[in-house]
Write a protein that binds this ligand. Structure first.
Ligand code: ADE
Length: 251
């Protein structure tokens, strides 16, 4: 059974495709699913598009049409924790949906009829991905990202953390909103727009999943500055490097 790599950015997909062998492309409902081999593993690579509905529908197709054994999600996120900086990596532990609110029937953030507010990723995978990401940021980053780019984005010495991730159908660029999410969900360190959907669908299908996010902004007014440039010159190198390390270390 293949491993799915679901990317929130088309640029990440393209850089994985450059490395892929024996690629077969299938179009379903506006997405291109690329089946092939990456570092000797059978994979299906796809660009999810943005937001929870897009990510959920793509996840269902991966599970039902391509019979994947697990899903690894990669993308960028906004930091809501003071200790995190641009270029740090968050490996998801508990995944929340910060825009889910069915009060007064159900407590805020609780997933209706599931009775939980967060879904945990698989612990064994957490450790493997933290190792793969640490190797990338500590030993390989300078092979893939120019000094100029390091200076431009102030990448410094990036770190890898295992932490809570909160998903919602909103790009958070309002500091008050970011602070409110942090106050209500203290273990959350970053926000993004797809992980919670992947988590819920995978949980319902009993499928392992992982979420890897590179911090691109601080979820405040500066959040959209140079976003495309960050994705192209930093984030896609991170996801390629981390996935490569993960696949080679679990070969
Ligand atoms: N992805 C990257 N930055 C984000 C932000 N600030 N809010 C939501 N999703 C993001």
């Amino acid at each position: 059974m293949p491993i799915a790599i679901l990317s929130a950015m088309e640029e990440e997909c393209i850089s994985l495709l450059d490395q892929m062998k024996d690629t077969i492309t299938t179009s379903i409902a506006g997405r291109q699913y690329y089946q092939g081999r990456l570092w000797d593993k059978d994979v299906v690579v796809v660009f999810s598009r943005w937001g929870k509905v897009a990510a959920a529908s793509t996840t269902v197709v991966l599970i039902r049409e391509f019979k994947v054994s697990e899903i690894v999600f990669t993308g960028v996120a906004g930091s809501i924790d003071d200790s995190l900086h641009i270029g740090d990596v968050v490996v998801g532990r508990y995944i929340y949906q910060h825009d889910l609110d069915a009060r007064p029937m159900i407590a805020q953030y609780e997933i209706p009829l599931m009775g939980v507010v967060a879904i945990e990723t698989q612990q064994e995978k957490q450790v493997q991905i933290v190792d793969a990401a640490n190797r990338f940021v500590n030993a390989e980053l300078s092979d893939h990202i120019s000094n100029k780019t390091v200076q431009e984005f102030g990448l410094g010495s990036p770190k890898v953390v295992l932490g809570g991730i909160a998903t919602g159908d909103q790009f958070i660029s309002d500091e008050a909103h970011a602070k409110l999410i942090k106050k209500n969900l203290p273990d959350v360190v970053c926000v993004e727009m797809e992980g919670g959907a992947v988590a819920q669908v995978c949980h319902e299908y009993s499928l392992p999943f992982s979420i890897i996010r590179t911090i691109s902004d601080s979820a405040n007014l500066d959040a959209s500055i140079d976003f495309p440039s960050f994705v192209n010159s930093v984030a896609k190198a991170y996801s390629l490097g981390i996935i490569k390390n993960l696949f080679l270390q679990t070969a």
